[in-house]
Structure formats: structure tokens, C-alpha cells
Design a protein around this ligand. Structure first.
Ligand SMILES: NC(=O)c1ccc[n+]([C@@H]2O[C@H](COP(=O)([O-])OP(=O)(O)OC[C@H]3O[C@@H](n4cnc5c(N)ncnc54)[C@H](O)[C@@H]3O)[C@@H](O)[C@H]2O)c1
Ligand SMILES: [Zn+2]
Length: 348
């Protein structure tokens, strides 16, 4: 078992990372009111909810499980009211606890519910997808989607604990494993050459699983440091957006039906790296290494759409202030920086 502490003053919390320890979750959880409201989805609940509930019941907690339809459409403002209703019916108070058991959809949605129910109840993230374990469960960004776009209503609301069982990934469908790998590779690119080299040597998902505890620990540690330096996302945290500006634009261009998020980010990373290397901002050979590793993990590295057609989507990205655009570039593997430019950079 490995432990990290995210140091954010009164919002500090631990990340516990272990292998096969889901049944021990009760040892780590504290609900002062004695009730725990668990939110999960239709894929994850049948595999893990009983284990989690048994462990909590054994510790004397009164538990209620709410299972939502798996998938992004659930992360919607419309899903919220029935959850509040169910919490009220359960008499959940501000001393009690919410547990989100699932991927990023459940973590973001459940975290938003926890942030807003009775002006905020404590919550614990139990991420079960690779993306959620290395990215979305850490950092306190919680949100729901609106018909107008993704993550348009949300909050910065840190969990009290992030509890990760890497063995949960044995059940994760391959396409979500590949999707999460894009973010894992991203961490190597922006902050950790050693992680990148390790990933270059891994030959199969089995081999990844043998190293999962260490790799996930490394990713969470990188995210921890970035979040500690910039909790509210005004500076350092932008580095996490490597490959994301163009990636988001590609996702949008195809109306979120062409590529998954990880695939789009993979294309975005390869794309920006190609430009920055050509302009001499990235060490020569880095792009080839990046492309090779993305392919190795089954990720796409290019798309036939022309950048000029994708540009309007970049201009509309809410993360860009006015026409200035903060491009995240890598100087070398493991060394990233923010380069203030404009969207025209993508046409170079
Ligand atoms: N808050 C943040 O900082 C942040 C960062 C990145 C992404 N996100 C959000 O995360 C969401 C995507 O997360 P995701 O990729 O985890 O999607 P997801 O929650 O939909 O999970 C992917 C799929 O895998 C299933 N699943 C999850 N764990 C499983 C397991 N162990 N075994 C079997 N099936 C399992 C889920 O039911 C779902 O079908 C998006 O909404 C995105 O906006 C948030
Ligand atoms: Zn991402």
C-alpha cells in the first residue's frame, strides 16, 4: 500500500493506493454521522458495491447505494435531482459521507452532488477506471454537463480521501484502459522522463498491471504537485492540458462521436509536438518517441482533418482567455512549459 498527502491547507487529503484492498475500505473511512451514501454506475456496482458496502457495514455504518446508468450522458444536470431526493429520503446530514465508486463520470457527478447537497457534505473518491485513478479523482474539479457543453456547471471541491484499488482495472474494458493510457503517457511527457521510459518498456496490459501500483502512484504524485501549486487552475495546472487544446477541438469537431477523449488527446499531443519540434522549441527526436509510444498503446497519432477546419473549435475553448492561447509544449520528454501564443500556432 502506498500513500500520498495532497497538501491544500484545510482541504488536504490522502490518496491511498493499493492492490486488492477494496474490502479494507472501511478501515480508511470516517463518517461522523454514521451514514454513507454510495453513488455508482451499472457496470461498476455489480462488481464492487457489495465489497465496499460489506466493509462499511462491518464498521457500523448505515449505507445506501444508488446506481446510475453507466456513461457520459449520466453526468448531466438532469441526473442530479433524483440523487438529492434519495439522499434526503435517507436523511443524509452534513456530518455524513458520500462515496463515489466508479470512473470519472461518477466521480465528477457525485463530487458535484456532494459539493452542493446541504451546501456541502464530505466525500470520498473510489476511482475504478484508469483515467479516474490517475487524473479525475485527484484535484477537486467536480462538474456536470449541460446540453450546451461539457463540465459547464461545477465547483472546486476536494474529496476527504481518494481510495484506489489498482486491481479494479482488471475488470476495465480494453478501450477505457487505452483511453486512460493517453493521460498516463501525458504525465511522462510533461513531468517525468523516467515514467516515460518505463512505459516504453512495457509490452502488454499484463505487464502494466504488474507495475500498476507504482505507475498510478507516480501519476497521482505528479497531479498532486501540480494541484498543490495551483489549486484553482490559473497557472501550473495548465501543464496538465498538454495535447488537450487540439484534442478538445478534435473531439468537438467530430461532435464527440469520432474519438474518445484519450484518443483525441493522443492526436493532440502528437500534433503539437510535431509543430514545436519543427520550430525548434522541442528537442529533435521527441516527436518520434511520442508517436511510437502512443502507437504502442493502441492510440491514434493523426487525423485527416485539416487544422484550419478545427481552429474555430479552439477559439471557443473556455480554457482560452480571449484570443491568446496558452500552448503547453514539451522541451524534452519530462520537461514542459507554457508558451503564450494564439490559435494560429496550430497552423504553423
Ligand atoms: N475532474 C477532473 O479533473 C477530470 C479529469 C479528466 C476527466 N474528467 C471526466 O471524467 C469522465 C471520463 O471518465 P472515465 O473515462 O472514467 O469514464 P466513465 O466513468 O464513463 O468510465 C468508463 C467506463 O468504464 C466503466 N468502468 C469504470 N471502472 C470500471 C471497472 N473497474 N470495471 C469495469 N468497468 C468499469 C464505466 O462504467 C464506464 O462504462 C469525463 O466526464 C471527463 O469529463 C474529469
Ligand atoms: Zn484529459
Amino acid at each position: 500500500m502506498k500513500k500520498l498527502r495532497v497538501d491544500l491547507g484545510k482541504n488536504s487529503y490522502d490518496i491511498i493506493i493499493g492492490k486488492g484492498h477494496m474490502s479494507k475500505i472501511g478501515d480508511y473511512i470516517e463518517s461522523r454521522g454514521g451514514k454513507v451514501f454510495i453513488i455508482s454506475d451499472t457496470n461498476v456496482a455489480p462488481i464492487f458495491a457489495n465489497t465496499v458496502m460489506d466493509s462499511l457495514i462491518e464498521k457500523g455504518y448505515d449505507c445506501k447505494l444508488m446506481v446510475l446508468e453507466a456513461g457520459e450522458p449520466t453526468k448531466n444536470i438532469k441526473s442530479i435531482y433524483p440523487i438529492y431526493s434519495s439522499m434526503l429520503e435517507f436523511n443524509l446530514t452534513r456530518k455524513d459521507l458520500v462515496v463515489t465508486l466508479g470512473g470519472g463520470v461518477i466521480g465528477d457527478l457525485g463530487g458535484f452532488v456532494a459539493a452542493t447537497y446541504l451546501r456541502g457534505v464530505d466525500f470520498v473518491q473510489v476511482p475504478t477506471s484508469l483515467l479516474a485513478q490517475v487524473d479525475s479523482s485527484v484535484g477537486g474539479k467536480v462538474a456536470v454537463d449541460l446540453p450546451e457543453g461539457k463540465n459547464l456547471v461545477g465547483a472546486f471541491y476536494q474529496p476527504k480521501l481518494v481510495f484506489i484499488d489498482t486491481d479494479a482495472l482488471y475488470d476495465l474494458p480494453e478501450k477505457y484502459y487505452i483511453d486512460g493510457m493517453a493521460e498516463v503517457i501525458k504525465y511522462g511527457c510533461i513531468k517525468d522522463a523516467h515514467l516515460f521510459e518505463k512505459l516504453e518498456k512495457i509490452n502488454s496490459r499484463e505487464e502494466f498491471m504488474q507495475n500498476a501500483e507504482e505507475i498510478i502512484y507516480t501519476c497521482c504524485d505528479i497531479k498532486r504537485k501540480v494541484v498543490e501549486a495551483d489549486e484553482k487552475d490559473n497557472g501550473e495546472r495548465m501543464l496538465l492540458n498538454f495535447g488537450h487544446t487540439y484534442g478538445h477541438a478534435i473531439e468537438k469537431y467530430y461532435k464527440f462521436t469520432g474519438y474518445s477523449h484519450g484518443q483525441a488527446v493522443a492526436i493532440g499531443m502528437a500534433f503539437i509536438c510535431e509543430i514545436s519540434e519543427r520550430l525548434g522549441q522541442t528537442k529533435s527526436g521527441v516527436k518520434d518517441r511520442l508517436v511510437a509510444i502512443l502507437k504502442r498503446y493502441g492510440l491514434p497519432v493523426s487525423d485527416s482533418v485539416r487544422a484550419c477546419d478545427v481552429l474555430p473549435a479552439i477559439y471557443n475553448d473556455k480554457k482560452n482567455f480571449g484570443k491568446q492561447l496558452n500552448a503547453v509544449l514539451i522541451e524534452d520528454i519530462g520537461k514542459s512549459f507554457i508558451f503564450p501564443t494564439t490559435a494560429e500556432y496550430f497552423l504553423k
